[in-house]
Structures are given as structure tokens and as C-alpha cells.
Design a protein around this ligand. Sequence first.
Ligand code: MG
Length: 392
Amino acid sequence: MTRQAAAVVVAGGRGVRAGGQIPKQYRTVGGIPVIRSSLSLFAEHPEIGAVQPVIHGDDTELFAGATTGLRLQPSVPGGDTRQGSVRAGLEALAPLRPDIVLVHDAARPFASPALISRAVAAAAKTRAAVPGLAVTDTVKTTDVAGRVAATLDRTRLVTVQTPQAFDFALLYDAHRRAADAGRQDFTDDAALAEWAGIPVTVFEGETRNVKLTTEDDFARAEAEHLLRAADIRTGAGFDVHVFGEGDHVMLGGIRIPHTCGVIGHSDADVALHALTDAVLGALADGDIGQHFPPSDPQWRGASSDRFLAFACERVRARKGLIANLDVTIVCEAPRVGPHRDAMRARIAAIAGVAVDRVAVKATTSEQLGFTGRREGLVAMATATIRLPWVAP
Ligand code: MG
């Protein structure tokens, strides 16, 4: 019989040590909230059937914003301590009757799928297991005066991480016993299991599976993400629309009053269409017409910001970054200059990047050709993105 594994991901802490305006688990690394990365690890893992987030009661909105589209159990509020939060997660999972439960800290977003598989296998074998790393530094204890008191035998020392993995019923029972005994202070589930008399085994952890705690940890994680995003790609986009009846044009997401309008299936924003194709081109992921067919009535009159947002979301889904977006608009009129900064700000907001990564340029075609005859307008765009390097 296949054993069913579930995961509890605890994110109830306030994370004050990392500084910042919001709890650390909602801060981003590489543009992705830490909690989203941690939850995705389990939600996308084939051996995990249910993922139970435990969050702080004040974070409901932050949580909803960070986790859209993930396959999760409804979040539950945590307790006053980590131990209380884990117990709340176990209680929420209990009706599903999982065989195995993995308990993970939301502040560890870099665990690999292989580590999760090892955790499931270890719990199936020994009923209680934790990932550990050998200690390479020599470890000493000190007295109150700061003098060395003893040198420990490092061959017997391990540093312990999460996910910690247990037989579900065994851990749930141990948590209930600890709470009944008035214990609230266990900082990890292995310590609670040890208190309950359960033998805990150690399986191999991962050096990359760090816990983001301090401002330094975030800076290092951001730098490493950038190093990994070494697959730099550029895409090009081009679009034309014909002038027609109307009193305004949509250009770069901005409504500009004009002596005529623009004909198109959507709102006919050439700048956003060209940028969308540039981003899709950099991803080698089709074009705007393939993802939003003009034959589909749902895109009639559609605001084009959704096309660009969709393309940029596909970059983030591949753990990529948008390095820059650059668009050139060719027309005799309307004048683009007065709206340039508004367009840059709007494009940056749609794409989820800083405004200094967005360029909007304009030129005429010296009254030559169809743009010169004011029959239509043109946009050309490039996008540069960075994807994680994967060896070919
Ligand atoms: Mg178009």
C-alpha cells in the first residue's frame, strides 16, 4: 500500500531579526516570496499529498497575495510558539489521516525535491527522522567568563534542519502529550520526540537548505539567485495597428486623447503587444497570438496589460528575472514625449520590475511609409531576461 505523506509548513513567526517592513517569510528572493518557494517545494512534489500552511493571524492578506495558484490546504492560524503552530497544523491535517508528516520551516526555501524524497523514505523506515549535516568547524563550549571549557568531539555532532519527518500518528500523539504536560518550549519536533521517548534517526541534509534569518542571509541568497540566473536571453517584438474611428489611443498602457482611434481586436496597444512578444521571444515560448488567439471572443476589447503581465509571470514561473524592457514607438502623432514617464511607470507596474529597467522611446518615420502617412502606428521592443542556468 502506498503511504500518504503530508507536510506542515510553519510561517507563524514575526522574523524581526532580518529587519524589513514585513515578516521575513513574505520578503522576496529573486522576486519570489520566500514562503511561496517553501510551499511550492511540497505542493509540486509528487510524493506529498497535502500541504498545510500555518500562518500568523495578522498575515492573512500577505499570505493570500504570496500564494495565489498554489495547491494548498486552507491556512490555519499558528500558536504562540513554534510548537503550538506545528500542533495547529497537525490538527488541521488529522481528518485526512496521512501516514507520514513532514514539518518544515517557511524560512527554508532552498531545499531540493530530493531532500523531501529522502525525508519521506526515512520516516517510512524509522518513523522519526531529521536531516542533519556533519560539523566541519571544531566546536567548543565556554564558561561565563568566555573561556574555553571543553572541546567537543565533532564526529558525533550534527546540525539539524527541516523538513523533519515522522509517522503522523506518532508525532500528533507526542504533541498532545507535550501540551498536556504544559510543555510549550520545544524549538523543533525532534526535541519534542526525544522528550516523548521516540528514537530519532538522522538522514543526510543539504548545505543549500539554509534558514533565512538575518539581513546577511537575505543578501547572500539574493546574490546566489543572481549567480544562478546566468542564462541571459533577449527577445524581440514588433506590432502594427491601423488608425480608425475614435478619440484616443492606448499606448504603453496609457490612454492618450487623439484625433482618431486604433483598430484592433483588443485595445490595440502596440507598445504592450510588442513588449509581450519580446518577453515571450526571450522565453522561446510562442507569441501573443498563440497565447491569446484573436479568434477567441474573450480577448475582444481586452486591456493589453494582462498580455504583458501573463508573459512576465511565465518568466517568474521559470524562476527567472526580467533585466530590462525597451520599446520604440514609431508614429507622426500623437506625441509620445509628454507621456513617456507615465508609460514607463505603467509598464514597470504591469511587469513587476523597477522603473529604471523600462525604456520608452519614440521616433517618426520622416513622413515616409504608412506611419509617415499617419495610417497606423508601429512599436518595436526588446526584452532581456535571466533564467537559471541548466546544463544542456
Ligand atoms: Mg497587436
